[in-house]
Design a protein around this ligand. Structure first.
Ligand code: ADP
Ligand code: MG
Ligand code: MG
Length: 889
């Protein structure tokens, strides 16, 4: 196969093969933009390497051929002693993984060619600087030497000279550093630094392949749900130099502000610097707008290119560029990451500009982003004690205890503390700490720094580059400009939308997007900003496009009303268990303890009017819309007191000779009902069959509430749902009884009552015999939480806390099957049940009421298998509406 493509041979749609970086370098080349020539080695070659631990046959020859062509184009050979061609070897996977994998610059330098480079450029300092960078990067990434050894050597050199800036080191210093670095390499590896340019290139390519499986890359992919077997491409790109003097430099730019979506000039620039210097925060960058003063010609050209790219990609682009002695070079572009708010605003603006259609716009904003916009924010009216301000790198309002290292962040968050990770700057080693933290605060680096990029990707609040704060990680404290000190453990609040940092806890308020959904904020009013207008516009489109209804899981009239405001088209799951708690507990205890039919009937009769009231309120809130009521599901012992507590109480009473007859009976009942595996025990339909009158009472309460509502002129639409059915026989018995009760109530009240009776599908057997069950069920609702538990044999509460992190780490699954539906296993059961159920009963209504109903990826699956609705918590309803619309569009 063809493993190597010249830049001019590719295009932006070949990301699978050439990686994102390679595909976009190709696209820019073909757009006629100034890209240094080079070639890309495909991800296919990498996959071969990862599987076989060896380069694929033929690859070397193809690389040799493309390198020869590059040498001809450039008019010099790789590492040619008197005038060397230098190249970078750059990783670039399909999905961008910022800073996760390796890149080596200045390949081709050795003791001879460094002199050629010096002579050709007329700049000794530059040549030695480039050479020491090569040894440093190569040593760290290819040879696996601890990077600190090199950094320490630089620090020692600077300290000896009494200087602090890299730029204060002259050619001799840097030549000396090269000797030191080569010694470090020798000592660490027992071999000389490879002087042969071709060997350097080859080893670097191999190292890039290997970096795909570096631990931090693996962790990042898991976080971002990027498949682990894609592999990376490798770009070999002729070098251009930003470190040739003050007329050179390197920078990054965005065509729009990735935090807010505003159009303008956003980016950072650093004179006389190479490669990563900008993002590493080693020296302080200047805002991109300064480039207009420093180099007006390049600035104008850059703006021109940015506009070209945005029109071409029809989206926000981010860019890496280098200026070599006044000549602009493009080194990378991609459709840039952005915050949730920016995603909505940008898509909205691009529609207004006529660059994309409304359909495309809705395709570009996700339910996950919408969920982020619904997070609360700081109350502007509250008292705030401002410590300082940095850049608004990733929005949100985060409150937590200040910690100054990742380890503490992880440890404290495990013990339930909310923490803000405060660092001077972050690097990939901080990833786990960043995941554990509520928010991230750094004192250095711009909006393109590691902390900012990663936090945005995770949707985590981040303030970066807060230079007024002196973050002292060694002593675990930070000092504000006015001298106030925040010690480890002190509470701070950070506002990722404004960039402000506050001492203490600032109260938070609802986001305007939530106020819009709640109907408190009119999108046409002056108070509504562009974000709210964009949300409104996209929601209307999604609502019109979607095939599936969206219902909510709600157990109380208040929740039902809120769900309705959020756009719910009914209740997909109304649980009845909480109705058996609180001050009704004694009644329920009496029911459970009843020895005689009479006692049982008395307690049921006492519960009936209370249950009826529960339903009346909910039917009223959801008038005209379906309300699926699930009959009692959990095992009875959940309604009895804790066994240990009760035993103690009985023992104490006994010892004191006090009356304890009641408690004793209770304790006996608790023992009787105790189960090893309550999840698989006496619950759901099994309770209905075993405890006489229980389900009958519930059905009667539903029917009476409905009858009352009808008489008041309402339109109640209850649906009765039987949980945990495994076989059609169970359902038939309960169903016959329910039908009888409903008829009875209808006759008593002289109204017409007719509601569907259906079942949950939450056991594998139910899914596999759905064809039979559908004979007795008028609807199915997939209880995907239990179905996941029973399909995998996982007890959710136990496994999530115990070994799931281990499973995720080992990559057994990329995301918990309780969070996002396991499409292959659990999804297969859903598909079978949907098909076979509808074969028996065409038009059988199908819904889902597990947590997955509000998970974006799962919603797409439910759309695809043909469900009629998804049901989720009221707050996720807008998310599900948007995703159902995107799935159908
Ligand atoms: P990453 O994916 O981490 O951004 P890159 O491959 O883009 O890694 O390279 C790291 C840095 O080196 C970037 O700042 C990039 O612009 C710079 N760089 C890469 N190749 C070259 C080159 N041929 N000439 C000059 N700078 C380069
Ligand atoms: Mg890059
Ligand atoms: Mg269940």
């Amino acid at each position: 196969p063809k493993y190597v493509y010249e830049f001019a041979e590719g295009n932006k749609d070949l990301k699978d093969l050439l990686g994102g970086k390679g595909a976009n370098l190709a696209e820019m080349t073909n757009l006629g933009l100034p890209v240094p020539p080079g070639f890309t080695i495909t991800t296919e070659a990498c996959r071969h390497y990862l599987v076989h631990r060896a380069m694929p046959p033929g690859l070397d020859a193809q690389i040799e051929e493309k390198l020869a062509a590059l040498e001809t184009t450039m008019g010099k050979r790789l590492g040619q002693p008197d005038d060397p061609l230098l190249v970078s070897v750059r990783s670039g996977a399909k999905f961008s993984m910022p800073g996760m994998m390796e890149t080596v610059l200045n390949i081709g330098l050795n003791d001879e060619s460094v002199r050629g480079l010096a002579a050709q450029s007329g700049n000794e300092r530059f040549a030695w600087d480039s050479y020491r960078r090569l040894i440093q990067m190569f040593g760290k990434t290819v040879l696996g030497i601890d990077g600190e050894l090199f950094e320490d050597a630089i620090d020692v050199l600077k300290a000896g000279k009494g200087v602090t800036d890299d730029l204060d080191l002259n050619a001799d210093d840097l030549a000396g550093l090269v000797v030191t670095f080569k010694d470090i390499v020798c000592e660490a590896t027992g071999a000389e630094f490879p002087a042969d340019p071709r060997e350097q290139m080859r080893l670097a390519i191999e190292a890039v392949f290997q970096s795909w499986n570096a631990p931090r890359a693996v962790l990042y992919r898991r976080q971002e749900r990027i498949p682990g077997d894609l592999g990376t491409a490798v770009n070999v790109c002729s070098m251009v130099f930003g470190n040739l003097g003050m007329d050179s430099g390197t920078g990054v730019a965005f065509t729009r502000d990735p935090a807010t979506g505003q159009q303008g000039v956003y980016g950072d620039y650093l004179q006389n610097a190479q490669g990563e210097d900008v993002v590493a925060g080693i020296r302080n960058t200047v805002p991109l707008s300064e480039l207009e003063r420093i180099d007006p010609k390049s600035y104008a050209e850059l703006l021109d290119i940015m506009e070209k790219l945005e029109t071409h990609y029809r989206d926000l682009c981010d860019i890496e560029f280098t200026i070599e002695r006044g000549k602009l070079w493009m080194l990378q572009t991609r459709v840039g990451k952005r915050t949730a708010a920016a995603a909505f605003r940008i898509a909205n603006q691009l529609v207004d500009q006529g660059l994309i259609t409304l359909e495309e716009a809705v395709g570009r904003v996700t339910g996950e982003q919408l969920a982020q916009l619904m997070f609360p924010r700081f109350d502007e009216k509250a008292d705030r004690d401002r410590l300082g301000r940095g850049m608004n790198a990733s929005p949100g309002a985060a409150v937590g205890r200040a910690v100054f290292d990742s380890y503490t962040a992880i440890k404290w968050s495990r013990s339930g503390e909310q923490v803000i990770l405060c660092r001077r700057e972050t690097n990939p080693d901080d990833l786990e700490g960043m995941i554990a933290a509520r928010g991230i605060l750094t004192s250095r680096g711009g909006k393109t720094s590691h902390a900012a990029v990663v936090a945005r990707g995770m949707g985590k609040t981040c303030v970066c580059g807060a230079e007024e704060l002196d973050i002292d990680t060694k002593n675990r404290r930070m000092v504000a400009a006015d001298g106030r000190v925040v010690e480890e453990g002190d509470v701070i609040s950070i506002d990722g939308t404004s960039g402000e940092v506050f001492l203490g806890e600032v109260p938070v308020v609802a986001s305007p997007v939530v106020r819009y959904f709640e109907g408190e904020l009119d999108p046409a009013s002056a108070e509504a900003d562009e974000l709210v207008r964009a949300v409104h516009r996209f929601m209307r489109y999604a609502d019109a496009a979607r095939r599936m209804d969206v219902r909510a899981n709600a157990d109380t009239p208040a929740d039902a009303a809120r769900a309705r405001r959020m756009g719910a088209q009914g209740i997909g799951l109304c649980r009845t268990e909480h109705m058996f708690l609180g001050d009704r507990r004694p009644l329920v205890e009496r029911l459970i303890l009843a020895d005689t039919d009479k006692e049982r009937e008395e307690s049921l009769a006492a519960l009936l009017p209370l249950q009826r009231e529960d339903f009346t309120g909910i039917f009223e809130a959801m008038d005209g819309l379906p309300v699926t009521v699930r009959l009692l599901d959990p095992p009875l012992h959940e309604f009895l007191p804790d066994i240990t507590e009760l035993s103690v109480r009985v023992a104490v009473a006994e010892a004191r000779g006090e009356e304890h007859e009641g408690d004793l009976r209770l304790l006996q009942a608790v023992h009787r009902l105790h189960e090893q595996n309550p999840m698989l025990g006496l619950r759901g339909v099994r309770l209905g069959l075993v405890v006489p009158g229980l389900f009958t009472m519930q059905v009667r309460a539903i029917a009476e509430a409905a009858a009352e509502r009808v008489k008041q002129g309402g339109r109640p639409r209850p649906e009765i749902m039987i949980p945990l059915v495994g076989t059609v026989q169970e359902l038939e018995i309960i169903r016959d009884e329910a039908v009888r009760v409903v008829r009875e109530v209808a006759a008593e009240h002289g109204v017409e009552l007719d509601f569907p009776i259906g079942t949950m599908i939450e056991l594998p057997r139910a899914a596999l015999t759905a064809g039979q069950i559908a004979e007795s069920a008028e609807f199915f609702s997939f209880g995907t939480n239990d179905l996941t538990q029973t399909t995998w044999g996982f007890s959710r509460d136990d496994v999530e806390a115990s070994f799931f992190s281990n499973y995720l780490e080992k990559g057994v699954f990329g995301v918990s099957p309780f969070e996002s539906l396991d499409v292959d296993g659990v999804g297969r059961l859903v598909r079978i049940a949907a098909e076979e159920g509808r074969a028996t009963r065409p038009g059988l209504k199908l819904g889902v009421c597990g947590e997955h109903g509000g998970d974006p990826v799962s919603v797409h699956f439910f759309h695809e298998v043909g469900l009629d609705y998804v049901s989720c918590s009221p707050f996720r309803v807008p998310v599900a509406r948007l995703e159902a619309g995107r799935a159908a569009a």
